[in-house]
Design a protein around this ligand. Structure first.
Ligand SMILES: C[S@@+](CC[C@H](N)C(=O)[O-])C[C@H]1O[C@@H](n2cnc3c(N)ncnc32)[C@H](O)[C@@H]1O
Length: 277
């Protein structure tokens, strides 16, 4: 078979233990049913970085949901693949590749964290398209960004039709107001946090909901966050029932909103296609 060059570029390999714990927890809760019902489920962790750690953690957490799930870490840097290979075990493998996803069957779930932020906005949309075309039927992508230690995070949930959800997640002592999480927005949104764009209005309203919920802080920051999420539901399609929303998710410092409400208004410079213009 002719070897083809992986799609993408080698970028910084920064990673760390438990950095992606928040999104792992969300994936297990939100896509548990999908994983349990899939035939021979394959999960890809794209761009796992300088160490195998976050892929191994995802593997261990998803095995609790579906004991025979297979996880493959894909990296575009051959040295990082060589470094991870000694940690392979039944059901967990590492291989060289890029956005084309060189795996033996379509994955039911692709996780890509802190990968696309290092590309341009228009490129990020194109790479979303390529990833979506590789999914198994009903497959999903979780693409996001987080702080160095993972205390602030944001991610987009996509399926074959396009982006579906935006989730913000934070440790309660890691921010002063919800809009502090803006610096972790995925590439498709980070440049859109400007007046006139929906994601900017969403964060502004989240800050307002946070401000009016201040009295709840005497019961703890968690109660204030839950109250702010409830208030936000009045004006935004925030998910309010499990698995995506409601108190059981909000109490973890998460809020998930429908993508269509926060999608960019226009095309990115040089962009070929945008599903939600
Ligand atoms: C900052 S690290 C993120 C590591 C880990 N996912 C995390 O969040 O802790 C980004 C990694 O993605 C890899 N990468 C970038 N583009 C890629 C692509 N198209 N396919 C596979 N890996 C890619 C880089 O080589 C780098 O190791």
């Amino acid at each position: 078979m002719r070897a083809t060059r992986p799609v993408g570029e080698i970028t910084r390999g920064t990673t760390g233990h438990n950095r992606l714990r928040r999104s792992d927890r969300w994936i297990a809760a939100v896509f548990g049913r999908l994983l349990r019902s899939a035939d021979r489920p394959l999960v890809v962790d794209l761009g796992y970085g300088a160490s195998h750690t976050t892929t191994l953690e995802l593997f261990l957490r998803l095995r609790r949901v579906r004991p025979d799930v297979e996880v493959t870490g894909i990296e575009i840097d051959p040295a990082r693949v060589a470094a991870a290979r000694p940690y392979e075990r039944p059901g967990l493998s590492f291989r060289l590749g890029g956005f084309e996803l060189p795996v033996d069957r379509p994955p039911v779930l692709v996780r890509a964290f802190n990968v696309l932020r290092q590309y341009g906005e228009a490129e990020a949309w194109r790479h979303w398209d390529l990833l979506r075309s590789r999914l198994a039927p009903d497959g999903v992508i979780v693409e996001g960004t987080c702080s160095e230690v993972g205390h602030r995070a944001a991610w987009v949930g996509l399926d074959a039709a396009g982006p579906r959800t935006l989730t913000l997640a934070a440790r309660f002592d890691a921010f002063e107001r919800p809009s502090d999480l803006a610096d972790r927005l995925p590439k498709a949104l980070i440049h859109r946090n400007v007046p006139g764009e929906p994601v900017h209005a969403f964060l502004r309203d989240f800050d307002r909901a946070w401000a009016v919920s201040a009295p709840l802080a005497s019961y703890g920051v968690r109660q204030r966050w839950i109250a702010a999420a409830e208030a936000l539901c009045a004006g935004w399609p925030v998910f309010r029932h499990p698995p995506l929303g409601g108190r059981s998710r909000w109490r973890l410092g998460e809020v998930t909103v429908a993508w269509d409400a926060v999608a960019p208004l226009g095309r990115a410079p040089g962009e070929g296609r945008l599903d939600n213009p």
